[in-house]
Design a protein around this ligand. Structure first.
Ligand SMILES: NC(=O)C1=CN([C@@H]2O[C@H](COP(=O)(O)OP(=O)(O)OC[C@H]3O[C@@H](n4cnc5c(N)ncnc54)[C@H](OP(=O)(O)O)[C@@H]3O)[C@@H](O)[C@H]2O)[C@@H](O)CC1
Ligand SMILES: Nc1ncnc2c1ncn2[C@@H]1O[C@H](COP(=O)(O)OP(=O)(O)O)[C@@H](O)[C@H]1O
Ligand SMILES: [K+]
Length: 499
């Protein structure tokens, strides 16, 4: 499913109307029917509704929904309208609902708090994708009152009012919805925090937008369907060399565990051969965890440039190289990273400490960088909030450097600067040292099986997140560890395969 900016949505709306003759009035009626259907699934005719509406088309959707409910015998409906500049469609909807005999409009006065507190369901149609800048004071006060409500449900039309549809940023404050019903496709504000949290559960009502118009966007949500299509095939008439050879250059005396998780990740996702080379011997044997891994230590503290000669055969044979997890950041090691990248033409996953060498590397499309927030911030040299909420930085960086980036966060961005995918599986079970090392191994294991770096990164992000959800539903987000995720990867895999 594509993920849209507010402008892209407006363009699609425009083309649907001008090129296909399906007018905004028709789309608004469809939007209202979708909201009506959702509401009537969960509430009955005794429900006390309060529609809190702005005077744009988001408010227009609200008026049309209230009218549909009223017409079907839902009599406990109140409508509060905030604002002066009524859009054309809003004006029409206001006339229409009055024609149906509805007249229970309430004022925003001292009684408003009581109306809010007695409502079983508040429908928020204050502002949709038309939000401009910081909220005006009056709007802010109304949102504060609605959010302080102790009981009942809040349903937002299109996007919680106060959330920027392009970034998920909160402008002053925003409605904390239990559910959001949006139209056509997700907007970026639904999938980036804090907007993602304010949206509650999200329902996408298709309306009559022609599907092909959505290709205006180069951004997509990673879905189970997508993963099912992308998973590499495992033909029966094959052997280990058909599933690739992963070379992992990782670890140091200080961080022995990271390399093990990467190796296990590559092995568990189905790579034919996984070879782990660490500078020093690991304190706990990788072989105890996964005897199938081929393991060698160079018996030294850390990697340095001259080790390239020792491992050059392995570099040549590898279908993909992982470099970075637990490597350390000494100058010698950074030279080693550079040497490995220069000595290989194949795909490389550059992670963790190896990301410190990025400025000195000549990147290319089949090199994937997998920074977390701190690493990304350092690479693009901007502050944390900016980088977490501005996917365009990441896209620009990928394009500029001609590399593929997996920017790991609660919403992960996977981009080569031309196409961008957002993964939203996962939870705080992954907010633990080692989750990224595991992810890196899974990405490499998929590249080894013949996928390009984008596809491999999409699948790996989805599967590690989904496995975290499955495992933590039994063991809690506190208890689940990266090793638990690695050992349960099969469950997310089977879920996708059997879907
Ligand atoms: N696109 C589609 O395909 C379809 C779109 N549809 C619907 O249309 C919606 C978009 O409608 P839209 O463009 O009229 O804008 P909208 O979200 O109502 O916002 C404008 C209102 O917000 C107010 N306001 C803004 N900023 C503010 C601030 N900072 N602080 C305070 N107030 C602020 C602004 O007030 P003003 O600035 O004018 O005083 C005005 O009243 C979309 O979300 C969806 O629900 C559906 O019908 C189905 C098809
Ligand atoms: N709250 C969260 N929700 C979803 N995914 C998360 C969350 N926190 C972390 N993750 C994921 O967990 C992984 C953490 O990676 P990273 O910070 O590099 O770990 P490490 O370097 O310790 O191995 C990333 O894939 C990230 O997207
Ligand atoms: K809204």
């Amino acid at each position: 499913m594509h993920i849209l900016t507010a402008d892209e949505m407006k363009k699609i709306d425009d083309s649907t109307s001008k090129e296909y003759g399906i007018t905004s009035e028709v789309l608004m009626e469809q939007a209202a029917i979708s909201i009506y259907n959702e509401i009537t699934k969960n509430f009955n005719k005794n429900t006390h509704f309060l529609f809190v509406l702005g005077t744009g088309n988001n408010g227009g959707d609200g008026l049309a929904t209230a009218r549909l409910l009223y017409n079907e015998g839902y009599k406990n409906i109140k409508i509060a309208i905030i604002g002066k500049n009524q859009s054309e469609l809003f004006k029409k909807q206001l006339k229409t609902i009055k024609k149906f005999g509805f007249d229970n409009f309430i004022e925003i006065n001292d009684d408003f708090k009581n109306h809010v507190s007695v409502a079983d369901c508040i429908v928020d149609g204050l502002i949709g994708i038309g939000l401009k800048g910081e909220l005006k004071k009056e709007m802010l006060e109304i949102i504060n009152i609605i959010n302080s409500k102790k009981r009942g449900k809040i349903i937002s039309i299109d996007i919680p009012s106060g959330i920027d549809a392009n970034t998920g940023k909160v402008f002053g404050n925003a409605i904390k919805a239990d559910k959001t019903i949006t139209f056509g496709s997700y907007k970026l504000g639904h999938i980036f925090f804090p907007g993602r949290e304010y949206s509650g559960s999200i329902i996408v009502a298709p309306l009559s937008f022609p599907k092909k118009l959505f290709s205006i966007s180069h951004r997509e949500l990673v879905t189970r369907d997508m993963i099912k299509k992308l998973l590499p095939k495992r033909p029966k008439f094959s052997q280990k060399y058909d599933f690739g050879n992963v070379l992992i250059l990782a670890g140091s005396a200080e961080f022995p565990g990271a390399s093990v998780l990467s190796a296990i990740g590559a092995q568990k996702i189905g790579a034919g051969l996984v070879r782990l080379i660490t500078p020093c011997s690991l304190s706990s044997s990788v072989l105890e965890h996964e005897p199938g891994i081929i393991y060698k230590s160079l018996n030294k503290d850390k990697f340095s440039l001259r080790d390239i000669d020792v491992i050059s055969k392995n570099i040549k044979k590898a279908s993909v190289i992982v470099i970075g997890p637990g490597l350390g950041r000494s100058n010698e090691t950074m030279q080693f990273v550079r040497g490995v990248v220069e000595n290989s033409k194949g795909p490389i996953v550059v992670d963790a400490d190896a990301l410190y060498a990025v400025d000195a590397l000549t990147l290319r499309k089949n090199i994937v960088l997998t920074p977390h927030v701190g690493e990304m911030q350092r690479i693009v040299r901007t502050d944390e909030i900016e980088i977490r909420q501005n996917y365009e930085y990441t896209e620009y960086f990928a394009k500029n450097k001609k590399a593929t980036i997996v920017f790991k966060d609660a919403t992960t961005i996977i981009t080569n600067g031309e196409k961008t995918y957002f993964n939203i599986t996962g939870n705080t079970a992954l907010s633990k040292g080692g989750s990224g090392d595991l992810l890196t191994g899974i990405i490499a294991g998929l590249i080894a099986q013949g996928l390009d770096v984008m596809k491999a990164s999409i699948i790996a992000s989805y599967l590690s997140g989904r496995t975290a959800e499955i495992v933590s539903s039994e063991k809690s987000e506190y208890y689940s560890t990266p090793l638990d995720i690695a050992k349960n990867l099969y469950r997310a895999l089977l879920e996708v395969m059997n879907d």
